[in-house]
Design a protein around this ligand. Sequence first.
Ligand code: SIN
Ligand code: CO
Length: 404
Amino acid sequence: MRSEATSDTPPIEVSGSSLLPLGMPPAEFLQRYWQKHPLLIRGALPNFALPLQPEDLAGLACEETALSRLVRHDVEANAWDVRHGPFDDEDFAALPESGWTLLVEDVDKWDADVAALLDDFAFMPSWRIDDIMVSYATTGGGVGPHVDQYDVFLVQGLGRRRWRINTDRTAPQDARQGSELQLLRDFAPSHDWLLEPGDMLYLPPGIGHEGVAEDACMTFSIGMRAPAVAEMLVDCAEYQAQRLPESLRYADPDLTPAGDDPGQIDPRALDRLAEALGALGQRMSRDALGLWFGTFITRYRSAQLPAPPEQSISHEELAQALQRGAMLLRHPWSRLAWLPHGNSATLFASGESMPCPAGLARQLCSQRYLHLDEAPDGAMLKVLRQLVNDGHLHLSAAGVSADG
Ligand code: SIN
Ligand code: CO
């Protein structure tokens, strides 16, 4: 069994008491373990009185509005099957003796005795606490190895459950195919414990874990909530956007002539964007900022988009047409821009992005009629064909002079 412990890692196992359910004062727990390290607290809630019986949980799972799931584990096939509630008596009567678990979310909202378990977590901001999920499992039951995005306190209420966790957060977190449960494809536990009633396991986000019922057991999961930054950014950006004056604009009083590269999103433009977007812009890498801006600005306020031609053209047909001297004319509604990355580039066309040789990207953005000095190679033809087939470029047989 591996151990990830270093001199900075506090002990992973402590004893609790009715006065100290965390085995230490909350301030110490928050400082040493919260969001940092898992902790098993033996006897966290001594004399734990079960606030809810398995039959009560089954009854709740029959309610129309309770969020419940039945998960069956087929040990031979190493597969998990999930069904969503509401359930009825027949569903429960049809279950086998072992290998399944019933999980009900938000039980604290339904049952005051379950909600009272939260008293031991009063040291947490209440808005950080999501719910108490209660599970009842028969021998061998569990939801499989997985990672949660939230901190969780797993209180063993009835019977015994074997918890195995992997403290290595750098372990691969690839999901196993074929199950709606986001199960880990590879799970190599570093710790293996049998929890008894009153024991509690704290897991920060990102720690792989699997709980398997040793015998009929109930677990009370006090789960925290933490909105995804992605979600918050969109929400916050929309909120801010509604309060910003129209006059606050992308501004470039320091602009210098674009020269040969009017279509390039240059490093100075990225600086101005990062500044204009404040914290949001600073949070993004330069590459991400440029990629977002390219797709954004080439579809921004576009009343129309170029329509694809009725018939698409093949790679060979395009190569032959260009060889015969055909010209490529940019569609008037097409908006193009490009972003250099070292020797290569990304070309943006009305909100779409594609890898593109830098020289071609520069040409496409600066010439309405495209003049290729030499026969295009495979990479260039690929971009040109996509642009023709998306309607950004139109093949015309007659030669017309370049007009920039
Ligand atoms: C449980 O089965 O009660 C807990 C599931 C989990 O690991 O989140
Ligand atoms: Co979990």
